[in-house]
Each structure stands twice: as C-alpha cells, then as structure tokens.
Ligand binder design. Sequence first.
Ligand SMILES: Cc1cc2nc3c(=O)[nH]c(=O)nc-3n(C[C@H](O)[C@H](O)[C@H](O)COP(=O)(O)O)c2cc1C
Length: 207
Amino acid sequence: MNVFIVYAHPSEDSFTRRIRDRFIAGLESAGHCYTISDLYRMNFRTDMDEDEYRREAFYRLEAPVPEDVRREQEKINRGDAIVFIYPVFWSDVPAKLKGWFDRVWTYGFAYGPQNISMKRLEKGLVICSAGNTMDYFRKTGLLQSMERVMLDDRLHDRVKTRELVILEATGRATGQATGQATGRENSSREENWDRHLDRVFSLARNL
Ligand SMILES: Cc1cc2nc3c(=O)[nH]c(=O)nc-3n(C[C@H](O)[C@H](O)[C@H](O)COP(=O)(O)O)c2cc1C
C-alpha cells in the first residue's frame, strides 16, 4: 500500500516524533511504501492569501491553486491511505495542520458539486498524542467532538474507512493538558510509552 503521512509537531524531541518513527518502522516491516509531509520542517505556509480565500469563498473560482498546495494534492492522489500524526493542541490539530486543511482541501479537489479530482482513498487513519486520558475525553464529550470534526467532516467519504486513535496521558507534566500543570513528572507518560509504541507499530503493519 502507498501511504501518505501528514506529520505536524514543532519539536524533534517529542513523544509524537517517536510515534511517527515507530509507525514508519511498522510500515517498512510490512512492505508498505510511504511519503511524508513534515509540515513544520517544510515550513508549510498555513495562512491563506487573499487569492486563495477568494477562490474558496466563491468570489473568484478561476484563481489558480498555488504550487505548494498542488504538490500536497499530488501526494494524496498517489496514495492509497492517508495518515495524520500530531499532538492534540486545545482539543484539535495544531494550527499548522489546520492551515494545511484550509489550503489543501480546495474547491474542485476535495469538495464541490461534482467531479472532484481527489482520489477516494482506501483508508484514513488519525493518530494523535494527548496529555489527557481517554476517560477524560469520553466524560467531557471531547472524544465525540474530535471524531466528528476529524473523521466525519475533514475525512468524510474522501476515504473508505476511517479511524481516530488517541494515545492518552503522554504529556510531560501532571495536569499539563488541563492547564493545572504542577511541574511534577507525569508517571503515566512512561508507563504508557511502550504500549503506545507497540500499538502504533501494529496499526502500521495492519493498514
Ligand atoms: C499548546 C498545547 C496545547 C495542548 N492542548 C492539549 C489538549 O487540549 N488536550 C490534551 O489532551 N493535551 C494537550 N496538550 C498536550 C499535548 O498533546 C502533548 O504535547 C502530547 O501529549 C505529547 O507530548 P509531546 O509533545 O512530547 O509529543 C497540549 C500541548 C500544547 C503544547
């Protein structure tokens, strides 16, 4: 399978970076091919310019699609699966990835009345790391909201099957994600580390 990974984390020294590397190791061990867009390292521009806005908001549909956006769209259309790997920031994707959707999901490619040029992919997989626990995400309704936005809206029927995996309790400090960080090392981060890495390895193998 050809897998396109969209990766967004600002630091090379992070749990999410290790997740990404283990995922790639799983892909390689299963004989899958992959392409990656590392959005921070590429310095991918995530603010729309005025022409792009005018195109997407139906003021001037004939405005051209910028070259960097076209390259991302070509990577999508060469793939069979798309995989997003990122840390949860304020219950959503980092702004870098949000801007990628704003710019890359263009009219005529990802949406439109008919004949969109985006290939319908076999699989869409979302893997995110989060400071909070699954229990917290379920109780607060945030899990449902993340699934609705990421799977039902952004991926929608652009992929045949879709899945969101949250790797819980991976923040460095206790209480970090709820704004009550104590500075105490979060022991569950270490406890969950291997379990999360193993899970990601088998997700990649079983794509
Ligand atoms: C700006 C910012 C916002 C964050 N918001 C959330 C959040 O809303 N929910 C959550 O569970 N974790 C949140 N986190 C924690 C990250 O998801 C955390 O970085 C991740 O668990 C993994 O750590 P890593 O950065 O070492 O990869 C946030 C972290 C940052 C820096």
